[in-house]
Design a binder for this molecule. Structure first.
Ligand SMILES: [Zn+2]
Length: 171
């Protein structure tokens, strides 16, 4: 198990993953390497979504909602509301609402849908960016070999110093 792992590491150019002291598959580093590769594939897909969008897009949130026309004799004054198309756009922290005329509805809805798609890809990229860094840290930890090895430091930590101290006055 140890040798194929080491050869694979050489093939990938990760020379530092080869252990001086034989360990079990670099303490699960392949798990993080696989996750990192998957994350990168997902990133590629989302970047492609951004590249595929040629615009134009319409910023904000498009939705249909009930509204009144203002005519007191109209059915809407009795609660039977008209269907209105509205576009909500955040502008310097404030939410601004624009009613979209019937003639523009289809186009604005479509272009806003593309905007939403773009923003989702962007949000996914931000999330994957953070995940990539976390995985890089986990991989680093899995690959890292403590030096000096923990068992060496605990075996005879004080003996050599004590010897020197005793020797120093006599020399
Ligand atoms: Zn009305």
């Amino acid at each position: 198990m140890q040798i194929p792992q080491a050869l694979k590491a050489i093939g990938n150019g990760y020379k530092y993953s080869i252990s001086l002291y034989p360990m079990k598959d670099a303490r699960g580093s392949s798990r993080f390497r696989q996750a990192l590769r998957q994350t990168e594939e997902q990133r590629t897909q989302h970047v492609q979504a951004l590249l595929d969008e040629r615009g134009p897009v319409v910023r904000g949130t498009f939705r249909f909602q009930g509204g009144r026309c203002g005519n007191p004799r109209c059915k809407c004054s009795r609660g039977e509301l008209h269907e209105k198309a509205a576009l909500y756009v955040s502008d310097q922290g404030k939410l601004r609402c624009t009613y979209v005329p019937v003639t523009d509805r289809e186009r604005v809805q479509q272009l806003n849908h593309r905007y939403q798609h773009f923003r989702k890809a962007r949000a996914a990229l931000a999330k994957l960016g953070r995940k990539t860094l976390e995985l890089a840290d986990s991989l680093q930890e899995a690959l890292t070999e403590p030096y000096p090895p923990p068992d060496r430091t605990t075996k005879n930590p004080e003996k050599p110093r004590r010897k020197r101290r005793r020797e120093e006055p006599s020399s």
